[in-house]
Design a binder for this molecule. Structure first.
Ligand code: ZN
Length: 565
């Protein structure tokens, strides 16, 4: 799971009631799922000697070799065109080289601001040297969603300008749509011709993610994949800079405008408020230099060929991210310095391997092979911004049009006997029906998203495939049966910390059950007569798969993680 700095924030925590568990006997001889094998994989991948599996590190390379060797043992076929197991992803790493020049000028004169104190400006992956001077415009929350009745750019001319926007999204949007709109702000600014995006803080956002907590972004390296054309992969083409302003600089930015920054901020505090945009009377001058280095890191890809000649050219992808955060800098001697990522995401990779084993073994024992082919992928660069999956979605080893669906495995919280799950992304397509059936078979309930403020829908690799128009889901273990306390304790105390390690009380039996559930879902996707269709009228279908055929959702389908809020 990646940390998402500028995603939507809604303080409302909606706790969904779990649907009653169904019980139904699974038919036929099901493959066995082993807690011990699950434990073996997690134990190796989360070992200190893998040094936190950072993208591009030796520890990650060793982990990738381990996953490839498991694929070989299961009899999978290499998933890369050249007959290899590794799709090598080229990355660019950027750091700031020297001080950043940032000045705001207007009716009150010109004033310079310090990077790290008044503003947070990171490095650029697109231009090594930049000198940009342009007027500024305020555009509310910076949301471009006419379908939801929100068009913050209406009536504003932002072409060639810096657009300043409030962090977060207004309250009241369904959770997955809110998460997407929070993530889409850079692209929205680019679509309207802006060259820079300035994020300013509402008081509410400042309480959740204080400005000071972001100051490390000034020193941190930024990583991005590089396309086959040699240019950095771009979600927001034409947008040359994105940064955060603190209160003093934001106040200066609004000098001489129709309203002050304080007035806008006060309005944003009110329930259901949605401040409107207006032209500003100031210009922004940004100068920065970035130093680049190159690295490569692999996606590990294995293929189980399908059995049905009419369907085996289509693939179902089952994937999880193998990378994590590496080593902790500034650890004192004797202190734990390894981000082991036992649950994030050694557990997801172990789930994938155990599901792959189930497919391979039922094929070998009873000739019960899935009709569609299945691609198993261990992603890289997830913690750095869904980079490996983003690269694969742009340069897939099978054409995107032949990817029927994606099941992502990220940070399953396997610290208790889960009795419900949240299926992020499922409610938009017929995948919902398959998830409901598989969960029902295991007596597991489906719950709505109980933590919409976490924006989980856009924080893992499946989202990169949603953006390519492919139905994609990720299951999270739910709040029932003690899950709520476990989630809160984990997010507050272990998530992205060195203690997400093997000292946690991992419930290995839950790992085996989670593997079985994801196996049943993948198998249903692989064996269905027709690939899952997006639902008619669905927001993400209309946005990312406008030309694709649609299905009418059956009455009573409500597995959308974001339903109801
Ligand atoms: Zn993570």
């Amino acid at each position: 799971m990646r940390f998402k700095p500028f995603a939507a924030i809604s303080l409302a925590t909606v706790l969904g009631a779990a649907a009653p568990a169904q019980s139904a006997a699974g038919g036929g001889a099901e493959p066995a799922f082993s807690a011990d094998r699950f434990r073996a994989d997690v134990t190796f991948l989360a070992d200190d000697r893998l040094e936190g599996r950072d993208t591009g590190s030796r520890g990650h390379e060793i982990a990738a070799a381990y996953v490839a060797s498991q694929f070989i043992a299961l009899g999978l076929k290499p998933g890369v065109e050249n007959g290899g197991w590794f799709q090598q992803v080229p990355f660019r790493s950027a750091t700031l080289a020297g001080p950043v020049g940032l000045a705001i000028s207007g009716p009150g004169g010109s004033r310079s601001f310090d990077n790290g104190a008044d503003a947070i400006v990171g490095p650029s992956l697109a231009e090594e040297k930049q000198d940009i001077d342009a007027p500024a415009v305020f555009a509310g929350y910076g949301i471009d969603a006419p379908g939801e009745g929100i068009d913050d750019y209406k009536g504003l001319d932002v072409r060639g300008k810096f657009v300043a926007i409030l962090a977060g999204v207004p309250e009241g949007l369904p959770s997955e749509i809110a998460a997407h709109l929070g993530d889409d702000k850079g692209a929205a600014a680019a679509r309207h011709g802006a060259i820079g995006l300035i994020t300013i803080y509402t008081s509410q956002y400042a309480r959740v993610r204080p400005f000071a907590s972001r100051a490390g972004g000034v020193r941190r390296a930024l990583l991005g994949w590089v396309g086959k054309d040699g240019a950095a992969g771009e979600d927001a083409p034409g947008l040359r800079a994105g940064f955060i302003l603190g209160d003093a600089a934001a106040t200066a930015l609004f000098a001489g405008a129709r309203r002050t920054y304080a007035a806008v901020r006060a309005e944003a505090e009110k329930p259901k408020a949605h401040p409107r945009g207006f032209a500003l009377a100031t210009r922004v001058h940004l100068q920065r230099s970035s130093a680049w280095t190159s690295l490569v890191s692999p996606e590990v890809i294995g293929m189980l060929p399908g059995s049905d000649p009419a369907l085996r050219d289509e693939v179902v992808i089952l994937m999880g991210h193998l990378d994590h955060l590496g080593m902790r800098r500034n650890a004192k001697p004797g202190e734990d310095a390894v981000y082991n990522g036992a649950l994030d995401n050694a557990a997801g990779i172990a789930t994938m391997i155990e599901a792959a084993r189930a497919f391979a073994e039922s094929g070998a024992k009873s000739g019960d092979r899935p009709r569609r082919s299945i691609l198993f992928i261990a992603n890289t660069g997830e913690e750095k911004g869904l980079l490996g999956a983003g690269y694969f979605a742009h340069y897939p080893t099978v054409p995107v049009g032949r990817i029927a669906a994606v099941v992502d495995l990220d940070m399953p919280l396997l610290l208790y006997h889960f009795t419900d799950v949240i299926a992020f992304g499922a409610g938009h397509s017929q995948v919902a029906e398959m998830v409901a059936r598989a969960a029902g078979e295991m007596g597991v309930a489906l719950s709505p998203d109980p933590m919409p403020q976490e924006n989980i829908f856009v924080r893992s690799d499946h989202y990169e495939f949603v953006k390519q128009g492919v139905p994609a889901i990720m299951l999270a273990t739910g709040y029932a049966n003690g899950g709520e306390q476990q989630w809160k304790a984990f997010l507050g105390g272990a998530y992205h910390r060195v203690n997400d390690d093997l000292s946690q009380k991992i419930d290995w039996e839950s790992g085996a059950r989670f593997a079985k559930l994801n196996y049943l879902i993948s198998r249903a996707l692989a064996n269905a007569d027709r690939r899952p269709l997006w639902y008619k009228g669905d927001y993400f279908a209309d946005l990312f798969a406008p030309g694709a055929p649609r299905a009418v959702p059956p009455a009573g389908t409500s597995t959308a993680a974001g339903a109801g809020h």
